[in-house]
Design a protein around this ligand. Sequence first.
Ligand code: FAD
Length: 341
Amino acid sequence: MSNAKVNQIKDMTDYQGVCIVAHQEKGVNLPISFELINEGKKLAEKTASHLHVVILGHTINEAVEELSYYGADKIYYYDHPLLDTYTTDAYTKVISTFIQNIKPEIVIFGASSIGRDFAPRVAARVGTGLVADCTRLDINEDCKFLQTRPAFGGNLMATIICPNDRPQMATVRPGVMEKAEPIEESSEIIKIVPELTEEDIIAKTIEIIMDKTKKVSLTNTEIIVSGGRGVGNAEGFSLLEELADVLGGVVGASRVPVDSGWISHSRQIGQTGQTVRPKLYIACGISGAIQHMTGMSESDYIIAINKNPKAPIMKQAHLAIEGDLYKVIPELIQEIKVKKG
Ligand code: FAD
């Protein structure tokens, strides 16, 4: 059936409420789930509707229980052995059926690799659109769902609406939204065993091989010392490591050092890297291109160290230090060590 045909038979007033798709890994809720709940609560409040959370897995009772203390109206828990390991086919079938039955007005997924894989398939299955990789969501005075994401190579932010179809669906980048705080009251949990068979799953997972390379979490850290082209070479990053060490933080980077092979892609911050919101972000030798700012502008406090006082980041920073990073950083390290005793 074409989308046009699906549109004709949809009654938009049938669709009510906000639904977020929670993400878990081996029965542990991922931070994005709490970020989406927080955002979902705000949207539900603005539309005077309810917030539902849907989670898929097998024997993940503890994760479901934990989610129930974050203020959602209902938690739908789909439990099945075939949902133990993520597969595109099983997740797509279960979520599509859920949407067709429950008819939420808004559905939000995390833009994790899993969310990015199955959200577009769900959108196609239920005959609606999807705004991928949103960095901001809102409801305007006409009750329209505003979905904002970088567009045209990140050179501008586009706000997209979906006035003629339901549900309105979006994926949201991990680390962009603030996490919800737990509350004392728990939500109603509705446990469902979905109809799933081996035949539903065309692409099978043969084996899961864990990435054994040293992983650094940039999204859950409070202090990031980030380096850009101004660092000049791979060796220069050891100075940034030293500063990060004395502050108890981790090192990040703009895309240039990553493309130059000075540091791994797992450290890249920005539109094609990670989105972070630490308490302190120190940008060393980074100009502040929009594709970089997209990934760190929500940081609580930004310090920029740059030789060029006219670099865009110097205007965005809470504290702009004009100077050569190779002079400024050693002095900073020294000062911090003295203060620490
Ligand atoms: P530059 O812009 O070259 O800036 C270097 C800065 O260092 C300058 O301001 C200079 O004054 C300063 N400097 C030089 N030497 C010193 C010194 N000794 N001491 C102090 N300051 C010094 N970029 C990202 O970062 N992340 C992304 O995810 C990303 N995604 C992208 C996606 C797309 C589709 C595109 C088109 C681009 C993307 N980019 C991304 C690239 C982005 O456009 C910029 O090119 C990049 O962010 C610039 O990196 P930079 O600030 O390190 O380098």
